[in-house]
Design a binder for this molecule. Sequence first.
Ligand code: PEP
Ligand code: MG
Length: 323
Amino acid sequence: KEEEKAAGQVVVAGAPLVTATEVKANVSMPEVAERAAATGADGVGLLRAEHMILGIGAHPVKFIKEGKEEELIERLVEGIRTVATAFYPRRVWYRTLDAPTNEFRELPGGEDEPEERNPMLGWRGIRRGLDQPELLKAEFKAIKRLVDEGYDNLGVMLPLVSHVEQLREAKRLAREVGLEPHKDVEFGVMVETPSSALIIEDLCKEGLDFISFGTNDLTQYTLAIDRDNERVFKLYDETHPAVLKLIKHVIKVCKKYGVETSICGQAASDPKMAKILVRLGIDSLSANPDAVQLIKQVVAREEQRIMLENARRQLYKDEELEF
Ligand code: PEP
Ligand code: MG
């Protein structure tokens, strides 16, 4: 079994390639966890809840109100356990549900969902989670059960955070169901709005173990470009200086507070962006499972280059040479 797993890894001189910057995998479905773990990924930087929760084939909030909370929790426990086991002891960050109202509406029982003109700017992520805490609490209860089973490799990540109060309130709800942030699980937020990047110091002071850049949204909101609109898509660019400036600022502040930095947006699977992020000092990148091996090699080469450049600069430090 171990050999099967090793088969998918990048192997150098008989040993799996090790990088200082971790390269993790994004996982959407527990069914692919084994395969994702076999790539040699250093963990899961984004375990999506959408497939597990919306996959019940019913409106999850109505489902809970109909007295079926236990069924939902069991489904989550099973899904998260599958991923946490496949990767153990590597860490797995579970992101709480982030589905826009138009996706809720497509579910059986979703006919009462509000019609929003702009669902991506609407009732989604942590905003909705806090307004309908029964669902967020069910997610926390599922994580708590796994902690009680002995899983010490789990983290919770909140989507679309833009206000410090949202972090505070989410932690309060977690404690209400017996899940202790920072102790039972690592607790972090996604940085995917310019506001969260600009108030990162306050978020760090509120208490964070990690942040993860959601560059799909961060780019869309920073550049005011709808990520799903083909007409403007040519202007969508994660390497735009404004996006990079926000990322650099966040990494710098997080380093000051000892908060781990990661990225789980699509940009983590892009070699060009991966190189930039390694240079900016990010702690880990979470890529699509099929991109993990390529990104691992890109990261390893970039880390070597940085070390070599710095060593040469040190050697010729009094001369103005470019490397
Ligand atoms: C992101 O915004 O980069 C992200 C990973 O979240 P999603 O794609 O689910 O919005
Ligand atoms: Mg997002």
